[in-house]
Design a protein around this ligand. Sequence first.
Ligand SMILES: [Zn+2]
Ligand SMILES: [Zn+2]
Length: 353
Amino acid sequence: MTGLRHTFSRRQFLSTAAGTVAAFGCLPQVLAGDPNKSRKRKTILSFYCDDTGPYVAGAKAFQIFLDYCAEQGIKGESSVILGASGHCMSRQPTEEEQAYLKQVKRAWECGIDTHMELMTHRGLFDFDLNHPPENAGHEGLWLYEPAITVEQYEKYFQHIIAEGERAGIKFTGLTWPGCGCEVCKQRYKKLRGDGHAKPNTAMWKALLNLARQGKFRGNTVPCFFDASEKDFGIHQKDSDGKYAVYDLMPNARDNFGIWENNTARVNPDYYITEDGKSGIIVRHVEAGAPYCIWYAHWQGLNPGKGVGWQAFTTVVERIKKHLSERVVWMRPSDITDCYHKAGGWNFLDEEKK
Ligand SMILES: [Zn+2]
Ligand SMILES: [Zn+2]
């Protein structure tokens, strides 16, 4: 799908904007000189898998992925893009799309969240026409446009949610569809120059309103926008009592082949080495970080044609072998739910009795 191709890392792109990342404020206590104290809290493990769909590797590949996650007890997220092919796949699905949607419906029971990576990952969809109009502006950029109102965002998200419901799918949150096309690049640059480096706050408000209406699976809406290995954190974007919207930033990158399905971008050791002594997951655990969340792309991760699948299973095995006492797998929506209910990371203290 050309529509899903990124010409460069969207994460790198926005991280160049000054002041987009707030410091992490909830690190658990790590007492110097006493390694046992730093292990008091378990570290949450999770992942986001972007660009998931039936077109790259078929529905069967997604089934294998879900079966694997369920069997291993690992938890994370895998996005859905209902209009990725130019029409809404929940209206008149092809056989392959039908088979895929059937799998998406069971993702939750396999431990996997389903974020909308908006409707097309490209042009804004026209729900009456059942396709994006010619030259439609791109969805990811639209989330940053300062002139868009709460009502406009809410209506668009509401349409996507309704199409999900048609297929029996309830969304857990939102993943920002990054885009490296020339038009988006230029416009993002202009927005940054004008002081609009962050998403439009009306967008967070629209998500909160929909959560209040019970349109998402939980009371909290986890979102995935930016990522950083060092300046990561969970950021509350809006809230009202038990409802809240969070940007839950990954703190580990994609080394499972990225969107290019590129063997040069596969490296299980980046996460955890065979001896379990180094790698970013180990570093976050050792540092007493509340979580280690990485992101990946279906193009590289899928068990059908993905060059990163074997590395992914290797990483899961190494975690099991070396870190099982020190980590707990959670899907993003459970992380934001627990965090919000507890008012912080203290719920992790109760993990270890
Ligand atoms: Zn994507
Ligand atoms: Zn674009």
